[in-house]
Write a protein that binds this ligand. Structure first.
Ligand SMILES: [Zn+2]
Length: 325
């Protein structure tokens, strides 16, 4: 009896907390973005591709330790009325005047925060701050990727208002995990963005316009599947996790007609374009002399300590990830 109870706990726990393959997609997006950079940048980024990849998920880890972190990952557009996406002030200062900083934080700040990160990354390039370049590049890659996820632009972010709890992770984690090896990620060379701010808002608009199909198609699909067929159990190391079944995932993928792939590709393209634009805006500093930088023992220890803090953080954060059911 005890054993069964323990197993049950395991299943519930994994469903609730460790079913987090959003990490998988974030890492993949940052990693792929490196390969579109021009050689002057590639030499540096490729040398540190492991760092850029592994740290693509830092902002998510930080959410549980840093209070201000959570709102940087999303924007609840409905909070601002019907045509919010077209009417919201693009500049942070204007938005603060119109709605107050508290309100903006309440409903998420992702499009504005990416611009702040862009300035920081440009500065890091300008000062040839190699560690800053790496950390901020990894971070901005994460926020850009989030801005391209439809369910990061809506108040109904996990289908909780429409009886679809779990759809967040289904769309952004389960599907890429199952199918991204079949996606076409060729995005060509990084391009300079004349107007990065407009690019961000365009991406958020596109993501938001997709919300309706993300939700309505799954509602339609659900009618055709019994609960036993909709879910299945998979082994993850020593634990059993409840997942959307392969059959159900396949059917949803077909209905979405390449939407996840398109959004992921958009994210890769945007990340590489942003990194490149920051470098150009910084005056194209030579990164050659930075190629061999190494983190000192002390810095690595400090970094690990911070990661541990993030892991153990107890700040209650609204989940915008795979997990909430
Ligand atoms: Zn995130």
């Amino acid at each position: 009896m005890r054993k069964i109870y323990f197993l049950l706990l395991c299943v519930v726990f994994c469903w609730g907390f460790t079913f987090n393959w959003g990490f998988f997609a974030h890492k993949k997006i940052n990693r792929l973005a490196v390969y579109s950079l021009p050689p002057e940048m590639l030499i540096f980024f490729k040398r540190h591709i492991q760092f850029i990849t592994e740290n693509a998920v830092n902002p998510d880890r930080r959410r549980y330790a840093v209070k201000e972190e959570a709102p940087r990952h999303y924007i609840d557009l409905e909070a601002y009325g019907d045509s919010a996406i077209y009417n919201l002030p693009r500049n942070w200062e204007d938005a603060v005047v119109k709605y107050s900083q508290d309100t903006l934080y309440e409903y998420g700040i992702v499009p504005w925060y990416i611009m702040e990160m862009k300035q920081k990354l440009t500065k890091a390039f300008r000062y040839k701050n190699s560690k800053g370049i790496l950390r901020i590049s990894a971070d901005i890659g994460h926020y850009i990727a989030d801005a391209n996820v439809p369910l990061h632009t809506t108040i109904n972010y996990n289908g909780q208002m429409t009886g679809q709890r779990g759809i967040h992770g289904f769309w952004e984690s389960r599907l890429p995990e199952l199918y991204s090896h079949q996606y076409d990620f060729f995005v060509g060379k990084a391009q300079y963005l004349e107007d990065p701010q407009t690019m961000i808002w365009r991406a958020v608009t596109q993501a938001h316009l997709a919300v309706d199909s993300v939700l309505s198609l799954e509602r339609e699909l659900e009618k055709k599947f019994s609960s036993e067929k909709k879910f299945s159990f998979e082994q993850r190391g020593a634990t059993t996790v409840k997942v959307y079944s392969k059959e159900y995932s396949k059917a949803y993928r077909q209905m979405l007609k390449g939407q996840v792939e398109r959004q992921m590709r958009m994210a890769v393209k945007m990340v590489t374009d942003f990194w490149y634009t920051c470098w150009i805006d910084a005056g194209q500093p030579s990164l050659l002399e930075l190629v061999d930088i190494k983190f000192s023992e002390q810095q690595l220890e400090e970094f690990e300590r911070q990661k541990e803090q993030w892991r153990q953080g107890r700040i209650k954060s609204r989940s915008h990830e795979a997990n909430e059911l």
